[in-house]
Structure formats: C-alpha cells, structure tokens
Design a protein around this ligand. Structure first.
Ligand SMILES: Nc1nc2c(c(=O)[nH]1)N[C@H]1C(S)=C(S)[C@@H](COP(=O)(O)O)O[C@H]1N2
Ligand SMILES: [Mo]
Length: 556
C-alpha cells in the first residue's frame, strides 16, 4: 500500500518465506485437548443423560420491577473506546510477538523448549543463528505495523495506547461503582456458577437458551463472562505486561514470579490476548444472533428498540472508523515512523524516567539461575581491524576513551582488568521478547568515569562498536551518564566465568542492567563522552533508534 522497500529493507521486512506456521508442543496440545473435551464432554453427557437443564433465565423474565436497566452514555462511550484501544493493543502486540515467535515457561528461552511457536524453523546448531534471523513475517492486515522485524514501531503503538486503555478502564470502573451499574455485572450469589453452567450446556449442545434481553438482565453465563473480562482479564493483562519490563524485573524481582518467571509473564500476556479474542468472537456472535438491531441500539443509543436501525448504523460507523484508523496507522508507520517513536518517548520515556528510574536496580539471581542457552544477536563484525585483533586474541586491542573529558585514555585489555572487576548474575531482556540469565564480569563504568573525569556538561556516553547495524553502518548506542554510574553497569570481558566469546561481543561489551538488550553494545571499539546524543549518528541515541525506531529511552 504505502510501502516501498529498497532491496535491503525488503529482505528484512518482506522476506521470501512468509508462511504462517503454528507449532504447538504435543504436551500443550494434550492439556488443551483434555480440558476442551472434558468440558464439552461433561455438557453433552449431562444433556444426553439428564436432558437440558432448566434455563435459569426463565426466573429473570418473571421479575417485573427491574432496578438497573439500560445503558448510560458514559458506559456506551467507555465500551467503544475500550474496543478501539483493545484492537490497537492486539494488533501491535501480534507484531511484537512475531519478532520472537516463540513462547516459553522457562526464562532462558532455550530453542526447542517453547510450548508454542509461530515459525517452522528449527534453530541450527552448526551456524550462527541470531534472534533477529529468527523473526517472522506477519501480514499488515493482522499486525500493526505488520511485515517482519518491525518491533520498534509496534512497541511504539502498543505503549502509547496502553495508557489510554488503562485510563479508560479506570474511568469505567470508577463510574461503574459510583452508580448502580455494577449490579448488572457483579454476581450476587454463588448460584451464578451452576446457573452459568446450565446456560453453557444449552450453547454447547446447540440449544439456544432463553434471551432475557440484555437491556434488563444478562443471563448467568453472560454476567460471569463480563465480570471475568473486566475484573480478571484486565488486571491480568496489566500485571503480565509490566512483568516483562526489565526495569520492573530489576527492582521488584518477586513480581514476575506470579507467572513463574519473566517468560511465564510473556506467555500469560499472550493467553490473556487469546482470551480477549475468544471473548470478542463469542460476544459479537451473540450480539448478532440474539436480536442484532435491538442489541445495537442498546450499545450505541442506550434505547431498547427492536425496529430502529440507527444503532446499527452508528455501530457500523464506529467499526469503519476503526478500520480507517488502521489504514492511517499503516501510513504513519511507514511514512512518519518518527512520530510514533517521539510520542512514545514523550509519554513513556518521561513517565518511567521520573518514576521507576529513580529506584536502584538490584541483582538477585544466583549461579543456579544461569541459562543453559543464550540467544545471540547482531552481526559479527566484518571489519579487518577487528578480525586482525581477534586472530591475535585481542593482545593488541586498545580501548580509546575520549570526548569531553579532562583525561582521555587508551587502555589495553590488561590495563582495564587491572582497574577493577565486578561480577553480576543478571537477566538480559532483548526488545524482541527473549531473555537469558548469565554471569558477567568486567570493569564498573564508574571507575572509568572517575579516571577520565568528564566535563560537568557531559550527560551521555557513546559506545562505538567494530560491528555494523542491520542495515550496515557502524553500530553504536548511547547511555546516560546517570545510568552508567548505576551498580551493575560494567564493561564486560567475561561471560559465565569464561572470556567473552566472539559471538557475545569480544573483547569488550556493555552491560547496563536496567536497559534493554540493544543498548548493550558488543565488540566495543571506543567510548566518547558527549553533551547530547542528538549530535551522534542520526541523532536518536543509537543505531537501532536511528534505523529501527527503537525506544529512545529504554528504561522500560
Ligand atoms: N555491536 C552490536 N552490539 C549489539 C547488537 C548488535 O547488533 N551489534 N545487538 C544488540 C542486541 S539487540 C542484543 S539483544 C544484544 C545481544 O547480546 P548477545 O548476543 O550476547 O545475546 O546485543 C546488543 N549489542
Ligand atoms: Mo535485542
């Protein structure tokens, strides 16, 4: 549509292999199958042996004095606003998911251990296969922005709108309890459970239960579903969402344990999304088959009229508006990606900078937590200089540290090792969604800062790599001086008690533990202290921020 890729962009975003593949682990398949067949089987056995249970909605019809009826305007608005934002979150979430198309319950993300994957590929053992190679294509009709490896922009859409989604939810729940509307969706006795089951047996055996007319009453299953979506799915979505943040993980390490671990939270976040999608499908189907015209008046006008088509027109207009928004969002994603990146930085960058970033990250992982596998990322340097140094085991390597400093230095690996060493066991969070735990040993950057004495005007430290970015050109990233001084910010030469391997960044790489993986430059060539990142590269703070629209502030 609006996209014109050059050759190299095409190979990244629109690869030849675009097949959709869904691979469910046999155990997961078995568990899901047993649960599904168990529930359906129970409903059918009850139906065949005892006949249809008495429809609990029958009792509702005999109530003549209905206390809470109809839908006020605020409720109608919240409902549609919620629909709009939920669509954005689901679509952008799917794009994020496809950048690392595997879901696990273990925090090391060992290939083969996933319970669900969206790639037919088996990670090759005999050649370098990076997490970026592993990303999959998703149609822009389903994802936002779709295509392959668009995680930067997808995160932008996701994080900008999640705040509005949550805000709308808070307004909705506040107004729900401020008035009497809460009574419609809050079950008042445990009787709701057998009643909801009785309604379910009707549906499961293809018998439509009595329609009590949602304007006045919901049937038991409907009430329990609405209650669950609002009070269980909503909080679960938020909780599993924040548990994926390295900033949260590093400060409130017990939180992701609610889901087992960080990857459990990612899997749970996905399952919550599936539950939302399942709910939407069933909900829309029911709206259509239980009196479409009348129902549409309920949820757009707040009237109970079975013959007036106005509600249907308004509902269709809202849906068309949403579709039009996605066409616009597609245009923005490819023609004005900086808008998304800047808006996200403005909203979330500031939000996190002034809240959670004030707290210190903590190391809490133990030797036994170290992952057996650690996904590699990025292209090995192709520069002759690095290759020569590598041949000689980096004996001739000199790290140049300069810029706005009183005392610029050139240090060999031995010089650096003599300056000091700190070891940390930490979890690495790649922006793509995978994680891995490793031990890192190296020089605290603070020692280096004290040695070179930056000018008071310095705010930012630039780390230049021997390697190149995805689209070519030198890889670099910037870290705020403030983050460089945090504990566990080190220049590492050691990984898991061994000298850093070439793949993982020899001779030196960065570890800054409250940041996402792409900030941790590998194969460091030199370091520069500057006043602002705006004058470096394209001015967005790093190679990935310049070329792939990754978050300007990666404290999330
Ligand atoms: N020079 C350079 N450093 C880099 C990258 C890169 O492409 N080039 N990729 C980054 C990303 S996206 C991640 S997740 C980590 C991966 O580190 P690992 O290969 O040790 O897992 O390195 C980061 N450092
Ligand atoms: Mo990454």
């Amino acid at each position: 549509m609006f996209t014109h890729f050059n050759q190299i962009e095409k190979s990244v975003h629109y690869p030849q292999d675009r097949k959709l593949f869904i691979g469910l682990n046999p155990y997961a398949f078995l568990i899901i199958g047993i649960v599904f067949l168990g529930i359906m089987g129970a409903a059918w056995i009850q139906f065949l042996v005892y006949g249809l249970p008495k429809d609990p909605s029958l009792a509702l019809l005999s109530i003549t004095e209905v206390k809470v009826k109809g839908f006020p305007l605020w409720l109608i608005l919240c409902h549609w606003v919620n629909f709009f934002f939920l669509m954005i979150l689901i679509k952008s979430g799917l794009s994020i998911l496809m950048d690392h198309p595997r879901l696990y319950w273990n925090k090391g993300c060992t290939p083969g251990s996933e319970w669900l994957k969206f790639t037919p590929l088996i990670v090759p053992k005999d050649k370098l296969w990076t997490a970026k190679d592993d990303a999959r294509y998703i149609s822009p009709i389903i994802g936002l922005p779709g295509y392959r490896h668009t995680v930067g922009i997808a995160r932008g859409w996701h994080f900008i709108h999640v705040l509005f989604f949550v805000l709308n939810g808070i307004i909705f729940i506040t107004l729900l309890f401020a008035g009497d509307q809460w009574q419609r969706i809050t079950p008042s006795s445990w009787q709701i459970i057998p009643d909801a089951w009785a309604v379910f047996v009707h549906y499961a055996t293809f018998n439509l239960p009595i329609e009590p007319d949602g304007f006045y009453h919901y049937n038991a299953l409907q009430q329990i579903s609405y209650f669950g979506v609002i009070f269980i799915l909503g909080p679960l979505a938020m909780l599993s969402g924040v548990c994926m943040s390295p900033a949260i993980d590093n400060r409130f390490y017990w939180l992701p344990k609610l889901f087992g671990n960080r990857q459990g939270a990612r899997s749970a976040h996905f399952l919550v999304m599936l539950a939302y999608v399942a709910f939407i499908i069933v909900h829309v189907t029911m709206v259509v088959i239980t009196g479409f015209v009348r129902n549409m008046n309920h949820i757009t006008l707040g009237t109970d009229n079975p013959a007036d088509y106005t509600g249907l027109y308004i509902g269709s207009a809202i849906i068309l508006f949403t579709i039009a928004f996605f066409v616009y969002a597609h245009w923005v994603s490819w023609k004005r990606p900086r808008w998304v990146q800047r808006t996200d930085a403005f909203i979330n960058g500031n939000l996190w900078q002034f809240t959670i970033n004030k707290l210190k990250p903590r190391a809490y992982l133990k030797k036994k937590d170290i992952s057996p596998f650690f996904w590699p990322n990025g292209n090995l340097p192709i520069s002759e200089k690095w290759k020569k140094l590598a041949e000689n085991k980096f004996k001739d390597y000199k790290l140049k540290v300069g810029g706005l400093v009183e005392n610029p230095v050139e240090l060999s690996l031995d010089d650096i090792k003599n300056l000091g060493k700190e070891q940390n066991i930490t979890m690495h969070h790649c922006v793509q969604g995978w994680t891995g735990v490793a031990e890192w040993g190296g020089l605290p950057i603070k020692v280096l800062v004290d040695l070179v004495k930056p000018h008071p005007s310095v705010t930012t430290v630039v780390f230049y790599s021997f390697g190149e970015g995805l689209y070519g050109g030198m890889y670099y990233d910037t870290i705020t001086l403030d983050n460089c001084l945090k504990p566990a910010s080190i220049l590492a030469w050691e990984m898991n008690y061994e000298l850093l391997s070439e793949v993982h960044g020899a001779p030196l790489r960065l570890r800054v533990e409250n940041q996402l993986g792409y900030k941790m430059v590998k194969w460091i060539e030199r370091i520069e202290f500057v006043e602002t990142y705006k004058t470096i590269g394209k001015g967005y703070g790093g190679k990935n921020e310049d070329d792939e629209y990754f978050d300007l502030i990666a404290n999330v």
